[in-house]
Design a protein around this ligand. Sequence first.
Ligand code: SF4
Length: 224
Amino acid sequence: MADSKTLEISELFYSIQGESTFSGFPCVFIRLSGCNLHCSYCDSRYAMEEQGRTVQVDDILASVASSPGVLVEITGGEPLLQPNVNALIERLLAIGRTVLIETNGSLDIADIPIEATVIMDIKCPGSGSSSLFPDNIPTIRKRASLRPGSTEVKFVLSSLQDYEWARDMVLVNGFPAFAPVLFSPVKDLFPIKDLADAILRDRLPVRLQLQLHSIIWPETLRGV
Ligand code: SF4
């Protein structure tokens, strides 16, 4: 049982941030163990299937301090499953790091410190895991009023049907006005050109993003 100063970690590594408006920057990644969803295209299944290491927050901070750069991303799995994640965020912010946290949108984001940038992955039907926590949409609006850009909304698209679902979500909720929107095609399932054509056809103000790390290191499945 984890005490108040530990988290369960799958891996900690230094790489290129590949999937947000911070894409391209060197970044320290803290991948936490465990997930409550089972997405069909998951590329980090090991983070939920393998037992993580129990690591004290102080030791995580020491590892981060030994890596260059200021950007740190907490990802998973689903990081919000771990009760001490906000304590880790606060400690990272206190030492001057720019903190990103990627979440699958199924859990409440209200308690995440406003200084951290939330990348909220809204699951499309093709994931087989659609489960948006309803209050997260008003919380994104509230976060935007406190700090513009403090939440980014991401859709991972398996097909044109997913694209149309995501497009309607964007238009109904008016996301681009208060949160950057990222559209990312699932590799080998949804051709990039088809997604680009659809975005341009619909004049949708979203960012087409590719998984930069999987382009740079196509054969590497962990630690990038
Ligand atoms: S939420 Fe993320 S880690 Fe969890 S199953 Fe889906 S893609 Fe994998």
